[in-house]
Write a new protein. Structure first.
Length: 217
């Protein structure tokens, strides 16, 4: 698998709390140079990117991030504002406490509310697999499918662990045919990125994709 193919599936990510506009601009320039799928950035940078780069670059942002326990209404507001500011894709975090309590109908309704807020834009649902049992992961696959989201995503990158190939395989068994998979969290090598794509991921969240291929090609 060549670098160009891999990069076309990467959300080039910078979500550190210390991220500056200069660093975000550098991220955007890299994404354009290397043909990344999107840049994934904090919501405060969506409009500045849209103003600076226009439709030359797709922007992804996060809502309810990274802990997921803000209210559904707050997440919907964040998502709606992000789209108005120019976001093409929104990655939301579920309420993990609701998942641990078995409140899957509530989670489905929340995802529906966020999907209504983003409309035709892409919605990815972060379930933070490191905190979940396999049964909970399977149930959340159904929530994401039933709510009409576009992607299920493994991790925020801020939890106790990130993506695993085992979780990707579990997702493939339980999501509906219209739901794609994004792996994120701890994916730092070219081998890892290629393995996740080969396993069936349509998107990868990574902050070190370019560095992973330095000196390799």
């Amino acid at each position: 698998m060549d670098k160009k193919t891999v990069f076309a599936h990467v959300d080039h990510t910078l979500l550190k709390p210390t991220a500056t506009w200069a660093q975000i601009q550098a991220l955007c320039d890299e994404a354009m140079t290397h043909g990344m799928a999107t840049v994934c950035v904090p919501a405060c940078y969506v409009k500045p990117i849209a103003d600076a780069y226009g439709d030359k670059l797709k922007v992804c942002t996060v809502v309810g991030f990274p802990l997921g326990y803000s209210t559904a209404a707050a997440k919907a507001f964040e998502a709606r504002e992000a789209v108005q500011n120019g976001a093409a894709e929104v990655d939301m975090v579920i309420n993990i406490g609701d998942a641990k309590a078995g409140l899957f109908d509530k989670i489905t309704e929340e995802i529906k509310q966020i999907k209504a807020a983003v409309g035709e834009k892409v919605l990815k649902v972060i379930v933070e697999t490191c905190y979940l049992t396999d049964d909970e992961k399977a149930a959340l696959c159904r929530c994401v499918t039933d709510a009409g989201a576009d992607f299920i995503k493994t991790s925020t990158g801020f939890g106790t662990a990130g993506a695993t190939l085992a979780d990707v395989e579990l997702f493939k068994q339980h999501v509906g045919p219209g739901v794609r998979i994004k792996a994120a969290g701890g994916i730092r090598t070219a081998q890892d990125m290629e393995a996740y794509l080969a396993a069936g991921c349509a998107r990868i969240g990574a902050s070190a994709a370019i560095q992973a291929y330095e000196g390799r090609e």
